[in-house]
Design a protein around this ligand. Structure first.
Ligand code: SAH
Length: 255
């Protein structure tokens, strides 16, 4: 999975105490296709544990920039999102949950914006002054408010949400223009499929036209949720035709 937009997503770790956490964080980033790591005054130099836990993400550690202050880490970013272990509902900062953060990042990244996700110290998190440098906060909802996630795990969750949202956004837009078979099937094609499906089910005596109940509505709901593409629609029509011992001649494909 390579998503170019993720190149503009940066992970910032502020005054991290444990060198091992930096390694785990690099691994969490690498598996999601995020490369840019900035470390604000880490408490200890990299150790064997850093590289052991990075496990194949050594390049991210080697390229990570170490900077003295959070402002330095954010200087070329348009948006900073502070990750908070606490739900800051009572405070002034706007807050998102992890999924909303993914959606927000996926909306902003394609506009050539550089976005930073900022993570705090293992023991004390981010200070209020540091949160002031963030446009908004993100909190990963947990079962217990008095607990927190390990920092690398918090990075993994948010990296996953951002990467997934970016991938979904990328696939549902430009790809359709590039490959017509991967475009979503239009309403006309779907209606043709539903008619074909209904007739097939009647022929197979699975659907009683005298007593259809809610079967077609339920199936419409199912396929409506599935975002069926042109090529997938051709497979479904081909299957229905094959079950009836016929050949389905596609008129949907570009070829
Ligand atoms: N006791 C600290 C916990 C810090 S955990 C505190 O109350 O802030 C270290 C970092 O991991 C946090 O600063 C935050 O950036 C991230 N983190 C941990 N749990 C999180 C959660 N549920 N949502 C978002 N970020 C979290």
């Amino acid at each position: 999975m390579y998503t170019p937009a993720l190149e503009n997503l940066r992970i910032v770790m502020v005054e991290t105490s444990h060198p091992g956490n930096i390694g785990s964080a690099a691994r969490a980033m690498k598996v999601m296709g995020i490369k840019d790591l900035r470390l604000v005054t880490p408490r200890k130099p990299f150790s064997q544990e850093t590289f052991a836990l990075a496990s194949g993400a050594n390049d991210i550690i080697e390229q990570a920039q170490i900077v003295p202050t959070l402002q330095d880490a954010l200087a070329d970013c348009q948006i900073a999102i502070g990750a908070s272990a606490r739900s800051e509902r009572t405070l002034q900062w706007p807050q998102m949950d992890a999924r909303e953060c993914g959606t927000f990042v996926a909306e902003q990244l394609p506009q050539q914006k550089k976005i930073a996700l900022v993570f705090g110290r293992e023991r004390t998190g981010l200070t209020n002054e540091e949160l002031d440098h963030c446009n908004t906060l993100v909190h990963i909802p947990m079962a217990f408010d008095f607990l927190s996630l390990n920092i690398a795990m918090a990075i993994q969750v948010l990296a996953y949400e951002c990467a997934t949202a970016v991938r979904l956004a990328t696939h549902s837009q430009p790809m359709a223009a590039v490959d017509p078979d991967e475009a979503l099937a239009n309403a006309e094609a779907l209606e043709g499929f539903y008619t074909h499906l209904e007739q097939s089910m009647i022929d197979a005596r699975f659907l009683d036209p005298e007593n259809p109940r809610l079967l077609m509505r339920r199936l419409r709901r199912l396929f409506g949720r599935a975002s069926v593409t042109v090529s997938e629609m051709n497979i479904l029509r081909g299957m229905l035709a094959a079950f009836a011992g016929r050949k389905f001649q596609s008129r949907l494909s570009s070829d």
